[in-house]
Design a protein around this ligand. Structure first.
Ligand SMILES: NC(=O)c1ccc[n+]([C@@H]2O[C@H](COP(=O)([O-])OP(=O)(O)OC[C@H]3O[C@@H](n4cnc5c(N)ncnc54)[C@H](O)[C@@H]3O)[C@@H](O)[C@H]2O)c1
Length: 402
């Protein structure tokens, strides 16, 4: 490792608490600060994690001691903060999404180019076992040519943290302004990007909903949005983002991934692979390879399926398909198995960011890839507002070599 970082965590809400201890423990990090517009929140974090407070984002990006910021503010605020931090010479880790306008995505790319600093979007689903499995097999040629895939992020509004539900101006955000879990899984697995989209929306029908004219910053009425995307590799993906749906877990998943030679299908906790052979197809049950190890250990429990449907075993536990990447983690992380989350992706993401910064490498979910995961959703929302008109998706290409 060439240098040590001092990281300011911006936004001490619900999510960032999973990451402060990881930054603190990573061998490349010297010191961690916390920061929130709401003083008591920063105070709570400071006491809980034994870290100092920095009074504002502006002070953090002006500070000569702080080398990196980690942005965990509300989902529609990331674009401007990330671009400003980069232009002030800070490395940036940002929670998803990258931004909520194409212009802000481009601003971040330009800021990375101008500053030479590292930008990484912390997309948890790149490390979801289903995405890792499909990618591995696709890259090994086992699927043949990619034909069609389905991915989705289903998260009913009632299952969000209370503070988010109460923040109605923000919680009525168009579902496709938060597209990266669903887009990333399929685009990462099929190693491609989306070029064109057509989408439709479901106008929310509940009383007292934040998805209504005048209730949110965007006058958005859709609580669910569904799309078909043309991919650069010639295949097609159906990508959905739902916030009003009688379903819970797994919240992000690839339900189908079809190639010319083989197919993957998933439901609840069952993962199936069918491969062409001389006689027809051969079906393999590969659930134990893809499910987290603790889920597999419980698979004969009477309430197993309901546990899975309620998010059981889907937080800290690694799956065999993640093992190779897990083995590369620093010992400090391996010694804190209880500090992780979202299918054990948090540790992998923080290690990706810290390693990229300290070894001066381009992270996997760099600004260019983050734009390819974010922009298809932004354009899909435009298409849905126009009743499904197909629209081209702007593309800013691939990251240059570092
Ligand atoms: N799987 C995932 O990748 C995943 C899961 C959950 C949340 N997230 C993302 O994490 C982010 C945070 O989510 P959350 O639930 O913790 O939100 P939250 O609303 O609980 O917390 C956000 C905090 O940021 C603070 N804040 C806003 N602007 C600020 C600024 N300029 N300076 C300092 N503090 C500021 C707010 O006061 C608030 O305390 C969101 O963008 C969300 O999209 C990602």
């Amino acid at each position: 490792m060439n240098q040590k970082m001092t990281v300011a965590v911006i936004g001490c809400g619900n999510f960032a608490e999973n990451f402060v201890p990881l930054f603190k423990s990573h061998p490349t990090v010297e010191k961690v600060y916390v920061c929130d517009l709401i003083e008591e929140r920063a105070q709570q974090y400071s006491e809980k994690f034994g870290v100092p407070i920095i009074d504002s984002f502006e002070t953090a990006i002006e500070s000569s001691e702080i080398t990196a910021v980690a942005i965990f503010t509300q989902r529609h605020t990331h674009g401007d903060l990330a671009a400003r931090a980069l232009l002030n010479g800070k490395d940036v880790y940002s929670a998803v999404p990258m931004a909520i306008s194409v212009e802000d995505c481009k601003k971040i790319i330009d800021a990375v180019e101008k500053s030479g600093k590292t930008y990484m979007m912390g997309e948890t689903c790149v490390y979801y076992p289903c995405a890792m499995l499909c990618r591995k097999k696709y890259q090994a040629g086992e699927f043949g040519k990619f034909v069609y895939g389905e991915s989705q992020y289903f998260h009913d509004l009632s299952h969000f943290p209370e503070a988010f539900q109460k923040d109605r101006r923000s919680s009525g955000v168009p579902p496709f302004f938060y597209p990266t879990h669903s887009t990333a899984m399929i685009l990462h697995a099929a190693d491609t990007y989306a070029t064109k989209v057509t989408a439709l929306g479901y106008v929310d029908q509940e009383e007292n909903t934040p998805f209504a004219e005048g209730e949110n910053y965007w006058n958005n009425t859709f609580s669910n949005e569904f799309s078909l995307m043309q991919l650069a590799n010639g295949g097609v993906a159906r990508v959905s983002e739902c916030r009003r749906i009688g379903y819970k877990a797994p919240s992000s998943y690839i339900s189908g991934f079809y190639g010319t030679k083989a197919s993957y299908q998933f439901s609840n906790a069952q993962h199936l692979l069918t491969m062409h052979n001389e006689k027809g197809v051969e079906l393999q049950e590969i659930s134990d390879l893809v499910n987290p190890e603790r889920m597999t250990a419980h698979k004969t429990d009477d309430d197993f399926k309901n546990q899975v449907a309620n998010h059981g075993y889907q937080w800290n536990d690694f799956s065999p398909v993640q093992k190779e990447r897990y083995d590369q983690l620093p010992d400090e992380f391996k010694n804190m198995p209880e500090i992780n989350g979202h299918m054990a992706s948090h540790q992998l993401l923080i290690d990706d960011f810290c390693t990229a910064v300290c070894q001066n490498k381009m992270p996997y979910v760099n600004a260019w890839r983050a734009a390819r995961y974010t922009i298809p959703g932004l354009i899909a929302h435009e298409s849905a507002k126009m009743g499904g008109v197909p629209l081209n998706i702007p593309d800013f290409g691939e990251a240059p070599e570092k």
